[in-house]
Design a protein around this ligand. Structure first.
Ligand code: GN1
Ligand code: MG
Length: 356
């Protein structure tokens, strides 16, 4: 089947190998090898991304801007088929191909804070370099993706429509989530506050979306499907959600979940090192809130999906999305315990680097 997709990219059967690659929940990725060169092939999940050509348009617009203003910045652009397309429709799916950056590697899990520093720096740098690019030119590839108010409504709808058995099972967790709705109200204040700017935002800042070189320095960010106009809290928030946690969102032994201070320091140093002077004072004040915002949103999304019979994320076992939601709420609680300390850390960074 993949051979039909590769053929328009001039891949002739029996001259290459191809194997599944990576760990994303939404898209499918393969690594193809031909004549000693490696390529990434991706199928975009069109149930999620209903207009994959918009992703393609965004990537090309950004690539064109970076090429003019920052020609040294390494940016992974999709390759052309023999008829000049960068997105291929085949059998109801959209596919694309990238050159694999030689000598690069990615991580599925962090091994040390230096990697979190490099990643945070790359995400900050990406937004900063695109500061002069008008973010509103970008197509919205996932409408309302990080609109917490909408995610809360979807959670309420899932409760209203959920089967009795699932609702009974999840009753306590549902109520815990409902008790945290203050996080949504805070978001509502923030999204209408003119001090919060919409910038070019990645929206999926997990560690596996950064390329590293042989010396473990960050090279660039990848997986640009969700690059859209957005608030910086999306990017910082998902870094906090995924880098600070000592266990992944799939961990079911909740005693293993803790918030790691040294990874927080790394995010602050890496991201603010790039973005401090781009952000307004109210935005800087919301730095730690970002983590609560994203962790809570992810808990709402996982629990809603559990009640919706796992239609979005899928599940490796029946309680998977329930456990993921419960996991995120344990993480949220650990972060809340550190909120004051972390706010102090952000303030300390800012005063150390304020230049006066
Ligand atoms: C999805 O596909 P993946 O794993 O990169 C999701 C993110 C969630 C993440 C949770 C388009 O990302 O928003 O944070 O799962 N992406 C989409 O693991 O919904
Ligand atoms: Mg992704």
């Amino acid at each position: 089947m993949l051979s039909a997709v590769l053929q328009p990219f001039n891949f002739i059967e029996n001259t290459y190998t191809v194997a599944p690659f990576g760990s994303g929940l939404i898209n499918n990725t393969w690594l193809a090898e031909r004549a000693g060169k490696k390529y990434i092939v991706q199928r975009i999940n069109q149930h999620v991304f209903k207009t994959p050509w918009d992703i393609d348009t965004n990537i090309r617009q950004i690539a064109a801007y970076l090429q003019i203003h920052y020609p040294g910045y390494l940016f992974t652009v999709p390759l052309h088929t023999h008829s000049g397309e960068t997105l291929l429709q085949y059998d109801g799916h959209a596919y694309r191909m990238f050159t694999f950056i030689e000598g690069s590697h990615t991580y599925d899990a962090l091994q040390q804070p230096g990697q979190a520093y490099e990643a945070a720096k790359q995400f900050g740098r990406f937004t900063k370099l695109l500061g002069g690019f008008n973010a509103s030119q970008l197509k919205v590839t996932l409408p309302n993706f990080h609109d917490l108010s909408l995610r809360y409504q979807q959670f309420e709808t899932a409760i209203a429509q959920g089967g009795k058995e699932l609702l009974t099972y999840a009753a306590e967790l549902i109520s815990t989530l409902q008790k945290h709705a203050g996080i949504v109200h805070q978001f509502e204040g923030l999204k209408t506050n003119p001090a919060f700017k919409k910038r070019v935002t990645h929206h999926d800042t997990k560690i596996s979306n950064v390329l590293f070189d042989e010396k473990d320095k960050g090279i660039c960010v990848i997986d640009l499907d969700t690059v859209m106009p957005g608030f910086f809290i999306s990017d910082i928030g998902d870094m906090m959600r995924t880098y600070l946690a000592s266990a992944s969102e799939d961990e079911t032994d909740f005693s293993k979940i803790a918030i790691r201070d040294e990874y927080f320091d790394a995010i602050v140093e890496g991201y603010l090192g790039e973005m401090q002077f781009e952000l307004s004072a109210p935005e800087l004040d919301a730095f730690v809130y970002s983590g609560k915002f994203m962790i809570y949103m992810q808990a709402l999304r996982f629990l809603a999906d559990f009640l919706n019979n796992d239609v979005y994320y899928g599940a490796k076992y029946p309680l998977h999305n329930y456990n993921r939601a419960a996991n995120q709420m344990v993480l949220l609680k650990s972060l809340v315990d550190k909120e004051e300390l972390f706010n102090q850390k952000v303030k300390a960074f800012i005063s150390r680097h304020s230049g006066n």
